[in-house]
Write a protein that binds this ligand. Structure first.
Ligand SMILES: Nc1ncnc2c1ncn2[C@@H]1O[C@H](COP(=O)(O)OP(=O)(O)OP(=O)(O)O)[C@@H](O)[C@H]1O
Ligand SMILES: [Mg+2]
Length: 259
């Protein structure tokens, strides 16, 4: 499989190097994304390479207009690149049809948006269970799993509330629950705290921390250095290219445990 590699790493405790199993959940090579605009073409992503291992916690930063959301939409299979390759869990998704992408998205990706994007006339429980409807799960399984996930995000007592009966932070918790419900390989969040006050942002960041600690791969876009500090790796985009990519610490074993 493309995503699996054995790599020898030099490590203090193991002077001879130690064998480490590297499990790439994302491998992109020379990705570009152009948008036609009238008679012109806007070149937004200009050749991005990126490897993300299972279990990493990544913050994607960069000035407004640098291409963060465009890249996240590609990573989340909401869009396809103009050129370049994207392997998600070793599978090439760069040339898939819309139907194939929809299936991969539902199974492998949990997306959290700045504006929550919940169905308004639907309860928290039904919002969280929705991706399982598309996955073909039974009503019983959906309800059981959605209850479990809502309890994990601290909303056991708000399951029957509709979005307008919830606070901003609670709505974002529902959105995080919806992102987790199908046990995806990656959680992508585009400015998940952009519409929240600082205390509520902290709560949501704690939740992302817990999700990461449970073994999940998390990639989030933020403008705030303080939020980015929660991540173990910070990738900065500038003008459609990777300007810097820094890892805070050696990250060990990437195996994903339950959520
Ligand atoms: N559909 C489109 N057609 C034309 N240009 C687009 C389209 N979508 C995005 N762009 C352009 O691509 C550039 C990057 O947009 P993107 O939304 O990825 O930026 P961003 O880094 O997420 O910015 P922000 O921090 O403001 O959210 C912008 O200059 C934008 O105008
Ligand atoms: Mg954006």
């Amino acid at each position: 499989m493309e995503s699996l590699r054995l790599t020898v790493y030099k490590h203090k405790k193991f002077p001879l190097g130690r064998l480490r199993y590297m499990d790439l959940v994302i491998k992109i090579r020379n990705i570009t994304r152009d948008f036609p605009l009238g008679n012109e073409v806007v070149k937004v992503l200009k050749g991005i390479d990126l490897d993300i291992e299972r279990g990493e916690y990544v913050a994607l930063m960069g000035p407004s207009g640098s291409g963060k959301s465009t890249l996240m939409n590609l990573l989340g299979c909401l869009d396809t690149p103009t050129s370049g390759s994207y392997l998600l869990n070793g599978k090439d998704v760069s040339n898939m049809s819309d139907d194939e992408l929809a299936e991969i998205r539902n199974k492998e990706i949990g997306f959290v948006f700045q504006t929550f994007n919940l169905l308004p006339r639907t309860t928290a429980l039904e919002n969280v269970a929705l991706p399982m409807v598309y996955a073909g799960a039974s009503k019983k399984d959906r309800t059981e799993r959605a209850r479990e996930v809502l309890t994990n995000v601290g909303l056991a007592d708000r399951m029957d509330h509709k979005p307008n009966q919830l606070s901003g932070g609670q709505r974002q918790r529902v959105a995080v629950g919806r992102a987790l419900v199908n046990r995806p390989s990656i959680i992508l969040a585009d400015e998940p705290t952009g519409n929240l006050d600082s205390k509520t942002s902290e709560e949501i960041m704690k939740l992302f921390g817990d999700i990461h600690k449970a073994g999940n791969t998390v990639i989030l876009v933020t403008h705030e250095e303080e939020i980015a500090e929660n991540a173990h790796r910070i990738i900065r985009l500038r003008d459609g290219m990777v300007e810097s990519d820094t890892k805070k610490q050696f990250q060990s074993e990437g195996a994903r445990v339950g959520q």
